[in-house]
Design a protein. Structure first.
Lengths: 315, 336
């Protein structure tokens, strides 16, 4: 496994700190609508991004993609600004929390429609195959999306067309308020995927060694035109959306992947102080990004005029 | 080179050949567009209506891609490939099937340029068929151009001639956004004059099919052909109808339609689409807003009844507006 675990830890801590800053802005009334926080997926997001080649690989994500967008390299202030509906945001305030898009970082879409991002990643895989870039298309989706026709159709299509594609299934056990065990007709997502002909891998984001290996194997398989699915267990620490407390998976303690990664670093001989310093720097950088975003003007009439010009083919 | 006669299917096929020869990034995706995939000895069919004939032989199976019957997955794949540098032409065999994959059109293709704030281009062409008249019944015959045109971010083209079909397909392939090409099934075999170079036809520019002074008749696709026939019949009774084919439902050439109505004082919209909240209502609405003072009589529409397309030939032919229906409607309006 070639992941740099300290860097991974720094990135995961940054995402956690960023999300807690966003939660504070939710409390302050600065976040329009509901925010689906990535608390619980930080290690998965960071490890996935670290496995990919940002120059050739493309990623699509779900409605819960703050962490993924940050992990693949979108500007922190731009992500924060977009979530806050400010003019300096990734999309000037048009898109918001559920539709973060950073094509410059290889991040094609996050999506308000559960599962809809998955066929789009197949398109990125088709482009990579057609233009012989060596890249892969990666669709990140949840256990809820795993029951969508769009996802199941795309599993079959990816195998039928031998697309260089990775299906990254983040299993947090709950779709909105409905348990995966209730919603799924079969016990195993990997068995289901294997029946389509996908190469399958399973891992827990709390076990970084095995998870990192599985990610590398899944990506390598896809690059060899054998599309793969990797199912990874993640948390959903703050419920379906921030403020929805009934269905948080409440694994902030022993089940938390950041905590597990820190324990692993210490076990590997990394200095406790270095870990704490990384955490504290992450908090400072996240705070600075959100404070910078708050200085941006709120999107309004000028942005609306720009979007109308897109509709009319003038932009 | 001089113009020659060509069917709409052949003109579209030629336009695809031109586009694929000119640009390696142009690919075609759809069901049975090569035909016979995985069946030993089966001859390639080149699509249900032959529009993709010969492309696989020339450009290879990596660029002409037959798919499983999974419209959501393969239309979504086309959208994603357009986001990442290809210029896909994806075929939805009948426009009725759009219901199967509408999310990928409504939420993904149509919104991507907005949600990326214009940073992302989406040079996607969705080719599909529309229209009744061949006994295909309720789920292979609808005309959903008005429905699609109501979605912000989509261009909707409804050609009525072979030259317009080929020219608008070429324009669509040069566009930054998503274009839905609605090809009328009853027009595939229609011959028309076509410049062999297949010049591009701009979006949002109507074609005046027949010049006239008494009434403006607006229609697209097969109804534009019926309206042209009707104008000939009306001329025999000294009624001068001006027939305008907007060619693209969206963007709509409002200026040309309004200018014509200011001249004639009357508007009839003939359309095969929805009887309520469809293309005809949209045209009447904009003309009423912009040229109310020029109207000598209330604008009218001639649409099929508000039912699915009937299967039985006798019922289907009554359901569809014809040139005779148009003549009668115009005569009624001229008496007011």
């Amino acid at each position: 496994m070639s992941l740099n675990l300290l860097k991974l830890f720094e990135k995961a801590c940054f995402i956690r700190a960023f999300e807690l800053e966003i939660a504070r802005q939710c409390d302050a009334g600065e976040v329009p609508g509901l925010a689906h926080l990535s608390t619980g997926t930080e290690v998965a997001d960071a490890a996935l991004a670290a496995t990919l080649d940002p120059t050739i690989d493309k990623v699509t994500g779900s409605h819960r993609s703050h962490g993924l967008t940050l992990a693949v390299g979108a500007g922190h202030v731009k992500v924060a600004s977009e979530i806050l509906g400010r003019v300096g945001g990734l999309s000037g305030g048009m898109a918001g929390t559920q539709h973060l898009i950073a094509p410059e970082a290889g991040f094609l879409t996050s999506n308000g429609i559960v599962g809809a991002q998955v066929p789009l990643a197949a398109g990125a895989a088709l482009t990579a195959k057609t233009m012989k870039t060596g890249g892969v298309g990666v669709a990140v989706f949840g256990d809820g999306a795993a029951n969508q026709g769009a996802v199941l159709e795309t599993m079959n299509l990816a195998v039928a067309l031998a697309l260089p594609m990775v299906f990254a299934l983040y299993n947090n056990g709950v779709a909105q308020t409905t348990g995966a065990a209730f919603a799924s007709g079969s016990d195993s997502f990997t068995e289901r995927a294997a029946s389509f002909g996908l190469e399958v891998f399973a891992a827990d984001s709390c076990d970084i060694d095995r998870f990192g290996d599985a990610l590398e194997q899944a990506a390598a398989s896809a690059r060899a035109f054998k599309p793969a699915l990797i199912e990874v267990s993640v948390g959903r620490n703050d419920g379906h959306y921030y403020g929805e407390l009934q269905t948080s998976t409440d694994n902030k303690n022993e089940g938390d992947a950041i905590r597990a990664l820190k324990a692993k670093l210490l076990e590997d001989g990394v200095d406790q102080l270095a870990c704490e310093q990384a955490q504290s720097e992450a908090k400072n950088r996240a705070h600075a990004a959100v404070v910078a975003a708050l200085t941006e003007p709120r999107a309004g009439r000028a942005q609306l005029q720009h979007w109308v010009s897109i509709a009319e083919g003038r932009a | 080179m001089s113009s020659g006669k060509m069917t709409m299917a052949a003109a579209l096929n030629q336009a695809l050949h031109h586009a694929m020869a000119a640009d390696d990034k142009v690919i075609c995706i759809g069901e049975d567009i090569v035909g016979g995939a995985g069946i030993e000895g089966a001859p390639p069919g080149g699509g249900v209506f032959g529009v993709t004939q010969g492309l696989a032989e020339t450009y290879g199976l990596s660029r002409i891609i037959d798919t499983p019957i999974s419209e959501t997955a393969f239309v979504g794949m086309a959208v994603g490939s357009a986001m990442t540098g290809l210029k896909p032409v994806v075929e939805i065999m009948f426009n009725d099937f759009i219901g199967v994959c509408f999310d990928q059109i409504l939420n993904q293709a149509a919104k991507a340029r907005f949600l990326s704030n214009g940073r992302m281009n989406l040079p996607l062409v969705i080719r599909t068929t529309m229209g009744a008249g061949d006994g295909s019944g309720a789920m292979h015959s609808a005309s959903l151009h008005g429905l699609l045109a109501s979605v912000a971010g989509l261009t909707v083209a409804c050609p009525s001639t072979p030259a317009d079909a080929a020219g608008m397909l070429k324009t669509a392939l040069k566009s930054n956004g998503t274009t839905v090409m609605m090809e009328h099934k009853q027009l595939y075999g229609t011959l028309g004059d076509v410049d062999p170079l297949l010049p591009e036809v701009p979006f949002g520019k109507a074609r005046t099919v027949v010049e006239g002074s008494d009434i403006t008749v607006v229609a697209v696709a097969a109804m534009a052909v019926e309206a042209e026939l009707a104008a000939g019949l009306l001329a025999q009774s000294s009624i001068s109808a001006e027939v305008i084919d907007p060619r693209t439902v969206k963007p709509l050439d409002v200026a040309s339609i309004v200018a014509s109505v200011r001249k004639t004082g009357r508007l009839l919209v003939v359309d095969e689409g929805a009887a309520f909240a469809g293309f005809a209502d949209a045209v009447i609405s904009v003309v009423t807003e912009q040229a109310f003072g020029s109207l000598a009589t209330a604008p009218r529409k001639l649409c099929p009844p508000d039912t699915p397309v009937p299967y039985a030939p006798g019922a289907e032919s009554i359901w569809l507006p014809t040139s005779a229906d148009i003549v009668k409607a115009v005569q009624d309006m001229m008496e007011v």
